[in-house]
Design a protein around this ligand. Structure first.
Ligand code: BTN
Length: 245
């Protein structure tokens, strides 16, 4: 039996910032919206389901009850690199049990299937770092249009996942990265994230742009050598054109 989400902070996390407090909901519109309105530094907002979960690029985020980890960490101020920190934290929490990879700009994939997405938003001095992890979905739980690209920790591994254990692990990893960023170690976090993306030298297409990735710049943008010269891409839907490696 899985532990209820309400037990998240029953045992101290041992973190300094992330998870200082938590609010747990059965259902909410979006944990990001709640964090933007009521967030304090380090507050974790987690819900069993969201009825208006939001994804990147104005998309909605499928957040059915009992299946995933839908949560937001509120942080005071604008923190450069916080999305890189989140991607690394999720990867590091999953990695002991399944081969999780960071997909630029901020998805986590296992076996080529997206199991996690990240949406950072900022309003009135609060950053809402929203993270959605597909945990218990079977293939039947995904809407048809997502089936080719999406997966869950359960569809992609044999590990018996417990949402509270996983969330606690993610929060601990994230806390370490947030502390690094607040101590001025942006480069360190960015370099680790850029390495994890494994894109240098890869042939890619991102929306209308096609070419070979030269580098990832200080802001996390791809520098892509195309037939028409160097292009800089800050975000988009990335496709690898040279197969799995
Ligand atoms: C993406 O499009 O890949 C980002 C998805 C982010 C989803 C999470 S779930 C928790 C938080 N609340 C939201 O409404 N969105 C984020």
């Amino acid at each position: 039996m899985e532990s209820p989400l309400s037990t998240l902070l029953d045992t101290p996390l041992g973190t300094r910032v992330v998870g200082r407090a938590a609010e747990v909901f059965d259902e909410i519109d979006s944990t990001n919206d709640y964090a933007l309105q009521h967030g304090t530094d380090g507050l974790v907002v987690v819900a069993d389901s969201q009825n208006a979960g939001r994804g990147r690029m104005g998309r909605s985020w499928h957040s059915a009850p009992g299946l995933g980890l839908w949560f937001t960490v509120a942080l005071e101020g604008l923190i450069d690199g916080v999305v890189f920190a989140a991607a690394l934290a999720v990867r590091d929490a999953i990695a002991p049990h399944a081969p999780a990879k960071v997909k630029w700009p901020n998805d986590i994939l296992i076996n080529g299937h997206k199991v996690c997405g990240i949406l950072a938003e900022h309003r009135d001095g609060i950053t809402a770092l929203g993270i959605g992890v597909n945990v218990h979905h079977t293939r039947e739980d995904f809407p048809k249009e997502l089936l080719a690209k999406a997966g869950s920790l359960t569809t992609e591994s044999d590990h018996p996942w417990d949402r509270v254990t996983l969330l606690r692990d993610i929060l601990k990893h994230l806390d370490q990265k947030v502390i690094l960023l607040r101590n001025g170690e942006f480069e360190h976090v960015r370099d680790e994230w850029a390495e994890a993306c494994e894109l240098r030298g890869r042939r890619i297409r991102c929306d209308a742009i096609e070419g070979v990735v030269n580098d990832i710049d200080a802001k996390g943008a791809l520098l892509v050598e195309t037939a028409d010269g160097l292009e800089r891409i800050l975000s988009g839907d990335l496709m690898l054109l040279d197969g799995d490696r």
